[in-house]
Design a protein around this ligand. Structure first.
Ligand code: FAD
Length: 273
């Protein structure tokens, strides 16, 4: 089996600074981490490797320093990683991001057929949860989103049984390979890498694929190939509050005050005229 895990490097802070001209992230001076949804995806891939035997490949699209998130996954037990990095990939929205990732997966599949792709459910910076489904759609893979448990893998029949977590209930879904699954953050507790694995991961070469090797049409990737642009990013202003303690005349007095305020703010049809 060949399992690919898509891992994104994200800022370890909510205080993201945005370039006022391009409306993209300013990376200088910000600590970066593995997207917290992606380590559980790596852990699920490693459990498949432990239980059924699989090669686990990590891919990440990002700046040169994003090799750190690949090395972390290799320290956990993944076999190898590939960094997709080129200025031409920068500023990508989910359409352009899924294009580059899907192309890389298709290329990897030529050498070693890809059976499963695991993504995090979403990132903590872009928050769209669109990239996984975008990759699956481009590749024509079966997709199963919101997976909080991989129940079993049937290698002979090339099928996977997974549990989806919705707001109301759990669903158990059987899916044919090749399939892409997006994994919930609470699916498992990712393992800690051992010291020897950490040292190994520090040394292992991470191949970098740029657009010279990938040969994608420059108009369909990065900022140029993005159908959306973030126009403005801001924290919503805190609303002013008012506290009524009343004059000791019981609940009715407080109810009257609140109903009066709702009418003043035109939030009720009650006529207090
Ligand atoms: C504040 C902010 C707002 C944004 N809003 C939008 C928006 O509204 N629309 C839009 O199209 N783009 C938006 N972007 C850009 C967006 O971050 C990028 O397109 C990004 O590459 C993927 O989108 P995402 O982070 O939402 O990923 P999601 O779709 O939330 O990610 C799901 C999973 O896909 C995989 N994945 C995602 N990106 C990568 C990667 N680069 N390398 C490897 N695996 C990856 C991971 O497994 C991840 O867990 C925004 C960015 C920021 C910082």
């Amino acid at each position: 089996m060949h399992v690919i895990v898509c891992v994104k490097m994200v800022p370890d802070t909510t205080q993201v600074k945005i370039d006022p001209v391009t409306n993209t992230l300013v990376r200088e001076g910000i600590p970066f981490i593995t997207n917290p949804f992606d380590s559980p995806a790596v852990e699920e891939a490693l459990k498949i490797k432990d239980n059924y035997g699989a090669k686990v490949t990590i891919i990440s699209m990002g700046p040169p320093m994003a090799d750190a998130v690949i090395r972390k996954a290799i320290a956990m037990g993944a076999d190898e990683g590939i960094l997709l990095s080129d200025r031409a990939f920068g500023g990508a929205d989910t359409l352009a991001t899924s294009k580059v990732l899907a192309h890389a997966i298709a290329e990897l599949s030529k050498a070693n057929t890809v059976d499963l792709v695991l993504c995090g459910r979403q990132t903590i910076d872009g928050d769209t949860a669109q990239v996984g489904p975008g990759i699956a759609t481009r590749l024509g893979y079966t997709q199963v989103t919101l997976v909080d448990r991989i129940i079993s893998v049937n290698v002979e029949e090339r099928k996977i049984l997974a549990r989806r977590k919705t707001d109301e209930w759990h669903e158990v879904v059987e899916a044919r390979w090749p399939a892409l699954l997006t994994i919930e953050r609470d699916a498992n507790r990712p393992r800690y890498p051992s010291v020897p694995r950490r040292l190994y991961a520090e040394e292992i070469p991470i191949p970098v694929w740029n657009n010279y090797s990938m040969r994608l049409d420059a108009d369909t990737i990065g900022l140029k190939g993005s159908a959306t642009t973030v126009k403005r990013i801001f924290a919503p202003e805190a609303q002013k509050g008012e506290i009524y303690t009343g004059n000791g005349n019981g609940h009715q007095e407080l109810v009257d005050v609140i109903v009066g305020k709702l009418a003043e703010w035109k939030l009720t049809g009650v006529d207090h005229g």
